[in-house]
Design a protein around this ligand. Structure first.
Ligand SMILES: O=C(O)c1ccccc1NCC(=O)[C@H](O)[C@H](O)COP(=O)(O)O
Length: 216
């Protein structure tokens, strides 16, 4: 049986965004803990926000090469359902984080060309989910959330045993095409549902989720 399509809205920073994502039918909401990001949240800001997320919507914390001290503080203060590792974490580090915190882990891998896909195999069976994202262009400071898509034709005929999500440059206008072309059952979006960097737009969230959920 084909899995139903699930949407993750990443980089939420306020109650209005969470409400919009939940109302639209998103399955996951993402909080970014990366100071260089326009979507960065402090632990103090994230804790009450995460507490507002309705039951049934998974709360995902995105970190980049975070150490145990930060992850200890994060998991102690913010109620979470999943950790998203978006840096250069090795498969061993992913396994360590999973064991230490007892939370499912999603590992992001940047894809720009066919040779990048091999890295995903290293995390299959180690991470609970894979996030297949666009590789940031050279010189760009953000490892994700750049609003850029990779060439989805690279995924033709590719499958992984672990559940995976597609990310990178998704918008309300290309969500259906992304599902059709890649066969993904999970879509992760950030810039494509923003009116400005870090500012989520309820109408774009609505349109994105509606497009994704009717993509079949
Ligand atoms: O969103 C960020 O600012 C960010 C910062 C550091 C690492 C990852 C980041 N975002 C990753 C995501 O999960 C995004 O949803 C994903 O890369 C897609 O982003 P976009 O192309 O903007 O939709």
């Amino acid at each position: 049986m084909t899995a139903p399509i699930a949407v993750k809205i990443c980089g939420l920073r306020d109650r209005a965004g969470i409400d919009a994502a939940a109302r639209a039918g998103a399955r996951y909401v993402g909080f970014v803990f990366f100071p260089k990001s326009p979507r960065h949240l402090t632990l103090e800001a994230a804790a009450p926000l995460a507490g507002e997320v309705p039951v049934g919507v998974a709360k995902v914390a995105l970190t980049v090469n975070a150490d145990d001290a930060f992850l200890d503080a994060l998991t102690a203060r913010v109620p979470l359902d999943m950790l998203q590792l978006h840096g250069a974490e090795s498969p061993e580090r992913v396994a360590e984080v999973k064991a230490r915190y007892g939370l499912p882990v999603m590992k992001a891998v940047g894809v720009g060309e066919a040779s990048d896909l091999a890295a995903l195999d290293l995390y299959t069976g180690v991470a609970d989910q894979l996030l297949v994202d666009a590789k940031p262009p050279r010189g760009v400071d953000l490892p994700g959330g750049n609003g850029l898509a990779f060439d989805w034709r690279l995924l033709a005929g590719v499958t992984w045993k672990s559940p995976w999500m597609l990310a990178g440059g998704l918008t309300p206008d290309n969500a259906r095409e992304a599902v059709a072309r890649t066969g993904t059952r999970q879509l992760d979006v950030s810039s494509g549902v923003e009116s400005a960097p870090g500012v989520k737009d309820a109408d774009l969230i609505d349109r994105f989720v509606a497009a994704a959920l009717t993509a079949d």
